[in-house]
Design a protein around this ligand. Structure first.
Ligand code: NAD
Ligand code: 6OD
Length: 485
């Protein structure tokens, strides 16, 4: 049955006042999944006003009281996990196995970690001797106010709650603009917030697009104190401009063109496993995904043929089939973009090791957004597929001869999000990791997350770090009080 999805403002589901609805189509077969109420400027104004009104009551609670409520939110997600999984998979086409092991449990974990952290955060103080006696300085950590959260479609609940969890734990109210491609789970979270006892207006959701729609209305809104955004680098630039006039703060998690470096002294089986996961998981639509693989020359041929073997054994299929290991891309538009890169790679002279086209998943899914998992060799850094983010299930593999060359190749990019290093020589692992210019380096693993650690990108991959106490830096402000005793 086709759902109708409304905005969530002041604790209630409300229709868009302009009466405009847009279609959300299934990436699996192009069928209509939902009709979504697009928020007008007036609706975004309403959501920001509701957030302003709700924030004071929320911030007045003790951190431990907020923590208790946020634990109930996490429990609520767990209790409705099946519904969340079904909604996430209907919007994205991703396998149930992935959503139920990664997206939805992380949605709950993102509330628990920050609830506990904020309830236990210390404050700093200094005693300063003066000629007339001591002065006591202490810092008060206060919420920023209303946070605009603009989120993407690839890991919808996970990435949205990664921002909403710490923002709310710190005493802020939020207005969330989920991707137009994935409106369902953010909307469902409204129900969970109400059931957990979150005061009305603390969590709001507005639906729509970017430019000239809810995304732009929110990022330009003078009633929003800061914007936290995850998405494409170019979109980040537009949001930064929108925030510039009022000097509003931004936190950005942006695109990547992430390298993996595979040394001949690696455990080859683990390196193949890890690289296959990092290239093909979520149909390659993970900001941390590996798109450039540098392999030491002595194991190059073997690595390429074994990774291609893994690609060929991926099982493309519908989300509910437990045998499915890869779903479709998110949309027809994104499929065209990825297929454009598949064509460009060949025009630029790359050798196609496997894949390279539209995947045939059967007549019933002809209108879906399927592409083949793809591997290229015969590339160098003059090729656009070695420089631009594709965001699909593909990688290009290049040989290298020395450690220094591998480091230079990995760093030769405008991005700086993530890197994986595969070696059994841990001294080398530490040494190389220290020289890679990116926010996150994994040695002999990939996307292994401890939520207390700093997360974010260098260069065009982002601004700021979130995770653990680093999130507090963005979602709160410190006020110093100096008392002459
Ligand atoms: P996107 O930038 O197209 O859209 C993200 C969000 O921004 C959506 O909600 C969209 O409606 C909104 N938006 C678009 N234009 C806007 C504008 N002018 N003003 C305000 N809002 C606007 O990104 P996407 O296609 O949804 O996601 C894929 C991209 O996100 C990839 O580049 C990927 O690398 C990146 N990403 C980065 C991280 C990270 O942690 N660094 C995580 C996930 C995704
Ligand atoms: O694990 C996280 O906290 C996180 N932000 C992951 C981002 C994945 C990008 O697609």
């Amino acid at each position: 049955m086709v759902k109708t999805i409304k905005n969530f403002i002041g604790g209630e589901y409300v229709a868009g006042t302009a009466g405009r609805l847009f279609d959300k189509l299934s990436p699996v077969d192009g069928s209509l999944v939902a009709r979504v109420h697009e928020a007008s400027q007036a609706d975004v104004d309403h959501a920001v006003a509701a957030a302003r009104a709700g924030q004071a009551e929320w911030a007045a609670l003790m951190p431990a009281q907020r923590a208790q409520i946020l634990h109930k939110v996490a429990d609520g997600i767990d209790a409705q996990a099946e519904e969340f999984v079904a909604a996430e998979c209907a919007d994205t086409g991703k396998p149930y196995t992935l959503a139920s092991h990664l997206d939805i449990p992380r949605g709950a974990a993102n509330f628990r970690i920050f609830a506990d952290l904020v309830a236990n955060v210390p404050t700093e103080s200094f005693v300063m001797p003066t000629a007339t006696g001591d002065a006591l300085n202490y810092a008060l950590r206060v919420p920023k106010g209303v946070i605009g959260v603009i989120s993407p479609w690839n890991l919808p609940l996970l990435l949205m709650t990664w921002k909403v969890g710490p923002a709310m734990a710190c005493g802020n109210a939020v207005v969330v603009k989920p991707s137009e491609e994935t409106p369902a789970t953010t909307t469902l979270l409204g129900e969970v917030m109400n059931a957990a006892g979150v005061p009305k207006g603390v969590f709001n959701v507005v639906h729509g697009f970017g430019p000239g729609s809810a995304g732009e209305f929110l990022s330009r809104h003078s009633g929003v104190d800061a914007i936290t955004f995850t998405g494409e680098t170019r979109t980040g630039a537009a949001i930064m401009k929108a925030c510039a006039d009022d000097i509003r703060d931004v936190s950005f998690e942006l695109g990547g063109k992430n390298p993996a470096i595979v040394f001949a002294d690696c455990d080859l089986e683990k390196a193949i496993d890890g690289t296959a996961r990092s290239v093909f998981s979520n149909c390659g639509q993970v900001c941390l995904a590996t798109e450039r693989v540098y392999v030491e020359r002595s194991i190059f041929e073997e690595f390429v043929s074994r990774l291609a073997e893994r690609a060929r054994t991926l099982r493309l299929g519908i989300p509910s089939d437990p045998a499915t290991t890869m779903g479709p891309l998110i949309s027809k538009e994104h499929q065209s973009k990825v297929l454009g890169y598949y064509k460009l790679a060949v025009e630029e002279g790359a050798t196609v090791v496997c894949g390279g086209g539209v995947a045939d998943v059967g007549e019933a899914y002809r209108d879906g957004c399927w592409v083949e998992p793809t591997i290229w060799t015969g590339v160098d850094h003059s090729h656009r597929i070695m420089r631009e983010e594709v965001f699909g299930p593909c990688c290009a593999i290049m040989p290298f001869d020395t450690e220094g060359e591998a480091i230079a190749l990995a760093n030769d990019t405008d991005y700086g999000l993530a890197c994986s290093i595969w070696t059994e020589n841990l001294s080398r692992g530490h040494r190389v990791a220290a020289q890679i210019n990116c926010g996150l380096t994994w040695v002999n693993c990939w996307f292994l997350r401890d939520l207390r650690t700093p997360f974010g990108g260098s260069k065009q991959s982002g601004i700021g770090r979130e995770g653990g106490v680093h999130s507090l830096e963005f979602y709160t402000e410190l006020r110093n009080v100096c008392v002459l005793l």
